[in-house]
Design a protein around this ligand. Structure first.
Ligand SMILES: [Zn+2]
Length: 91
């Protein structure tokens, strides 16, 4: 895996299902914290833990290897934009 040590915080709650435009596999769109980027995940990501910020907003903490573009076999190669990997969610 490309970045097994990286973690993503994503907002808890329903995620919109879709299909990858490159390989056709099912994906789920999730919103990252704290930057609010929308990223494609492989369905049913393995949740490492749950967190809540000071405002009571619930996040899932998952490994970055759940990102579909890490595992997609058909996606054109592009530099991975590391900026989506933020730190801890802001309070
Ligand atoms: Zn794909």
């Amino acid at each position: 895996m490309a970045f097994p040590e990286r973690l993503l915080h994503i907002l808890a709650g329903p995620r919109r299902s879709s299909h990858c435009r490159y390989c056709g596999r099912p994906i789920e769109w999730a919103t990252t914290a704290p930057r609010g980027k929308v990223v494609p995940l492989n369905p049913n990501p393995f949740v490492l833990r749950y967190e809540r910020n000071a405002g009571g907003v619930k996040f899932l903490v998952i490994g970055a290897d759940n990102l579909h573009f890490v595992t997609c076999t058909k996606r054109p190669a592009k530099p991975t934009r590391m900026r989506i990997f933020g730190g801890r969610p802001r309070a």
